[in-house]
Design a binder for this molecule. Sequence first.
Ligand SMILES: NC(=O)c1ccc[n+]([C@@H]2O[C@H](COP(=O)([O-])OP(=O)(O)OC[C@H]3O[C@@H](n4cnc5c(N)ncnc54)[C@H](O)[C@@H]3O)[C@@H](O)[C@H]2O)c1
Length: 309
Amino acid sequence: MKVTVVGAGAVGATTADNIARKALCEELALLDIKEGIAEGKAQDISQTAALLGFDTRITGSTNDYSKTAGSDVVVITSGLPRKPGMTREELIGVNAGIVKGVAENILQYSPEAIIIVVSNPMDTMTYLALQATGLPKNRIIGMGGALDSARFKYQLSKHLGASPADLNAIVIGGHGDTTMIPLIRYATWNSIPVTSLLSAEAQQQIVADTMVGGATLTKLIGTSAWYAPGAAAASVVQSIVRDEKKLIASCVSLEGAYGQTDICLGVPVIIGKTGWEKIVDYQLNAEEQALFNKSADAVRSMNDVLKTL
Ligand SMILES: NC(=O)c1ccc[n+]([C@@H]2O[C@H](COP(=O)([O-])OP(=O)(O)OC[C@H]3O[C@@H](n4cnc5c(N)ncnc54)[C@H](O)[C@@H]3O)[C@@H](O)[C@H]2O)c1
């Protein structure tokens, strides 16, 4: 197995670090446009091998796509991150050019690759990657729900005083502060619905804190977060390369599912060796479906910006 991570910045390098630690592939290629950064970080991660006990071969390159040839999975993290006060949507113009160019270069050398899009605004970048490459829809996966669901479990664990590992919870919809939908009705602690364990106020607080999870960190750190995003991207890679068939909320092309078409949006999907394999229908109630439709409207208006570029 070979995995490439494009963009050796905070999220890309952390994704690569997680992939290496878990020995998810034999070969790992890191690529960045900035001279030396991918080579340096590839060496730095490689030097943890003796300490952590993995034997993945890691290479770094400055924009040399021949080094990524034959990749099974490619994670695109290249692009600008958010600064405090900035929305993910404001990144659209710059990141659209970067993501389109990167996807085209990647496919020249790895025509069979499954592509995971991380760059923001992720829902629109996933839609763009699908349109620009014309790949079968199952090979383009936007990563946002894996991260947002982990943040949802973090908030639930704090309120319940419980282990995040004992929680099952999912966030669907757009990967934006106002477009994501933490499905609290479906969240459980050891199979017990959390709605029976938490007050209505606590539930509202958890949902609200989950939705601004990314913005809260951007304000504290001064740029967007990378530990959980990197771990989340690596978890999607893992489900593909190990054919785990995990259910992971991911941004995928909808052709009627959840009442939407011509859009990429976060829904529960099964992820395995062929990419996202099927959409799982969570049977939304009227209120949840209305939120999902609103989220789709917001993402669709961002997608419309692509036509003006
Ligand atoms: N989907 C998610 O859940 C999620 C979570 C966190 C961050 N993000 C997004 O991921 C992206 C990366 O964030 P970051 O914190 O790592 O930023 P960063 O600035 O640390 O790293 C981005 C890297 O991309 C590189 N780059 C820019 N243009 C490139 C090109 N054409 N080819 C190759 N490399 C190129 C830059 O040189 C830089 O090293 C941002 O768009 C951010 O908003 C998404």
